[in-house]
Write a protein that binds this ligand. Sequence first.
Ligand code: SIN
Length: 277
Amino acid sequence: MVLPIDPIEVIPATPHIGAEIRNYKMSAPMTQTQFALIHEALMNHQVLFFHDQQMSLTQHKEFARRFGALHIHPGIPGPEGHPEVIAIHTDENSTRIAGEDWHSDVTCDGEPPMGSLLHMHEVPKSGGDTLFASMYAAYDALSKPLQTLLGGLTALHSGEMAYRGRYQHRGVDDREMTYPDNDHPVIRTHPVTQRKALFVNRIFTARINGVTEAESAALLQFLFAHIEKPEFQVRFRWYPGSVAFWDNRAVQHYAIWDYFPQRRSGFRVTVAGDRPY
Ligand code: SIN
């Protein structure tokens, strides 16, 4: 007798952002139907959460590859044999952590990543949650005159500002390295949903182009505070085996470091993206 397979469930977490995916094993090969469902859920909810996932780095990369080519980080070396993987690790010796401020991943690249998949292996007893914020909701909440003004502007995203000296603790000597700096629109259009999203962030955006320093600083200060409104957010509690898959074109995230000196450990695989417009 063939037992019926439970259908994949998509359970929205908030009206604006986030959904949990149930009844899906990421380690198994993905059918075209499953891909279409998960892709549609990502487009609708911007960040997807999975629990109880056991998968190797190779399986993690295979899942991510269904959504596009894998991205290699310009500053962080991957574990042996896996240059596309970033170890996310914090313990009692850590002096900083990855993602400890609002950002979308690697926006200093000319073609910033489309998405990121973080698989958590070890979590603190409590704490270590990650916040995700919808940049669609942040854009939609702006007044029409401000949407129009920002829609005509670009901003400089600086790898130099974000990364210089940043990975010494991972054994990276970056004196001979250069990091990417690129201009991107302040408001980007999502290439699949065609929705508009705010695209400046605290870690990478150095200045808004074509306005004075003072105007740039004031606009950025306003926008950085605006995107942090709880109404645009979902907060994710991790367990060993949890995965978050977020769309960097529509979401910013913030890793909360409230659990020192406990350990938190996982691996991130990042999917390449295209030039924002
Ligand atoms: C990151 O990819 O920015 C880290 C997110 C996290 O550790 O929750």
